[in-house]
Design a protein around this ligand. Sequence first.
Ligand code: EPZ
Length: 432
Amino acid sequence: MIKQNLEIVEYLEIEGGIPLRGTVEISGAKNAALPNMAATLLTDEEIILENMPNLLDVKTMKDLLSFVGFSIEKLSEKTFSFKQKTINSLVAPYELVSKMRASILVLGPMLSRFKHAKVALPGGCSIGTRPVDLHLSALEKMGADIKVEHGYIIAKAPNGLKGAHINFEKITVTGTENIMMAAVLAEGETVITNAAREPEVVDLAKMLKKMGAKIEGEGTSTIYIKGVKKLHGTKHRIIPDRIEAGTFAVLSALFDGNITIKNYPLEYLEFVNKRLEEIGVYVIPIGKDEIAIKRKKKLKPVDIETKEYPYFPTDLQAQFMTLLSVVDGVSSITENIFENRFMHVPELERLGADIKVKDKTAYIRGVKKLTGAEVKATDLRASAAMVIAGLIAEGTTRIYDIYHLDRGYENIDEKLKKLGAKLRRDMIERTL
Ligand code: EPZ
C-alpha cells in the first residue's frame, strides 16, 4: 500500500453575491509595524508602540524579539511595550525567518548596536526570489564583514559601522529601512541615494528621530543620517495600513459604495485614488479620516503599471485585477516590481475571469459576473483578491491556503461579517 502524505489544509468558504454594507476600520500598517518593532533593538530603554495590528507577521516579529531577549508586554488591546531584558542571542533563527522574510529587518539594528548578527537567509516566496543582496552589499560598504554560510548571514562589525554613501541600484523598501537603522548608530554620516519613499519608510524615520536619531530627507530619494552614540526610548503610533485601505476601497466599489472606511490614509493613496477615478470610482472624504465611495454605473477599463511609491503599489495589483475582471472592456496591469506576482491569474480564471498574461502584463477582458469555485491563495495580497472575488461571485467559493490572508489582514473575517458577509473557516485533509 503506497503511504500517502496527508496535510491538513484550512480553507475559507464564502457565500457570494450577498450585498455588503456598513463601515470598516483600517488597522495599523503591517509594513510599518515590522520595521518599527525591529527598531526597538536600537535602545535598552522602553519603547511603546500604539495601534499595533494583530497579525501573524507581527506575532512572528514579537517571537523574534523575545528570542533575542526582549520583554514584550501588552498594555492594552493595541498598545505594546518593548524592553530589552537580557541579550540571549543575536540570532534570527531559520524557523522564524522562514515564516516571514521581513525578519531581515533585525540585521541592521543588531549590527549597528551589538556589532554582530546571525540572521537566517530569508527564502524567496511565491512572488519572487526576493534576494537581499542589496542589503548585504550596503552593510559591507559600511564596514561590516558579511559571510553567508549554511543558510545564515553572519555579520560582524567589531569596530562598529562607519557612515558611507549607499546608492541602491534598485529601490528597496526594507533595504532602505535596514540601512537607516544601521546608520543611526554608525560613526559619521550616511547618505542613501535612490532610497525608497514609502510612507512606512518615513514613519520609521519619524520614530528613530523621536529616539534621538539625526535623519533628514526621509520621503525623498536621498536620506541623510548622522550617527549618534545612543538612542533613547519613545512612544510611537503605527500609521494606518494603506494597502488594507485600498483593498476595502476596491471592495466598496464592487458593492455600490455601500461600505464607508474609517482611518483611510488619503495622503498615502493619492495615485491609487486617481486610478480609481479613471475607472469611475470616487473616494469622498466624509469626516476626519473617514471616506465614502461613490461610483458610476458603468465603470471603465484602465491600464495600470506597478511602480515604487508614490506610484501604483504592487501590493494592490491583485485586488485591482479582481475589480477590473468585471469591468466591461479590456484593461491591463503591468507588474514591474516582482518577477512572479501573477499567480492569482489562474485562480481568478477558475472563477470565470478572462485574463491573458504576456510577459509582465496581464490583459483583463471584463466578464458579466464571476462564479464560485474552489481556489487557492498564493500570496498575502492575492488572498485578499480571492476573498473579494468570492464575495462578488455567484455561488460558493472556497479559498485554500488561507493562512496567507492572516499574515496581513487583521481580523478580516470579523470585519467582513460585520458588513454582512457569510463566510466560515474549516479544514480538510489533502494528499500531498
Ligand atoms: C516590501 O518588501 C514590502 N514588505 C512588500 O510587501 C512590498 O511588496 C515590497 O516592499 C514592494 O513595495 C515589507 O515592507 C515588510 P523590495 P521588500 O526590497 O522590501 C528586489 C506585503 O504584501 N530586491 O522593495 O522585500 C526585489 O526582489 C509585502 O506586505 C533585490 O533584488 O521589497 C524586488 O524585485 C509583499 N535585492 C524589488 O527589489 C535586494 O536586496 C523591490 O523589493 C532587495 C530587493
